[in-house]
Design a protein around this ligand. Sequence first.
Ligand SMILES: [Zn+2]
Length: 239
Amino acid sequence: MFRRIWQESKEGWLDLTGLIYPHTCAGCGQKLVKGEQEICLACLLEIPQTHFHRDPQNPIWKLFRGRVDVGMAASYLYFDKGSRVQSMLHAIKYKGNQNLARQLGMLYGHVLSQDHVLDGMDYLIPIPLHPLKLKKRGYNQSDVWGEGLAASTGIILLNNNLYRTENTASQTRKSRIGRWENVKDIFALHKPEEIRGKRVVLLDDVVTTGSTLESAAQCLVDGGAAQVNILTLACAIKI
Ligand SMILES: [Zn+2]
């Protein structure tokens, strides 16, 4: 009897906390059920994967062609305004949902491993945030996403070598050339010898113009990496 009352009150308390802090899907906002983590099963099944990694000359690879020497480039998801993916990215970047970033990294890692896309890669290197931005947000979303990728692929996450040399101004209103001028020398390596002769994979959350990734990739090429590859969580470029 006592046990039953205790259980009921416990469940009641859990329901109450659920009302105050509802655990909802980061994609569609529906309440999550038991077993679902961060995103519901429906969103998980309908997640708009690009499968670009299966096409060596996919739109992401073409975005960097002629700009920087990139081996393989791909994005996990299509990004559209108002879509579930936009909600997920917002949750990762602005609502502190690091579990979601890790989960998406794990999922993408499984997909890429199944297709042997990352065989022989030495390091995953997230695009670093400027220290001031990192302090404000508390975490680097590409870093956390990379933790998930590293966990499901077994590739080492190298997040203490590539760094930003200065804080760049907002890039939204600048032209492509203006943006490039803005970002071309913003990355450097603490220990170039660590990546010399290695096959590395640069990670970023979203690719739009590719200017930041281009700059970081060029820094790794100049540092002596044998091959620089690019992976992003989502792509916002017009396909
Ligand atoms: Zn959902």
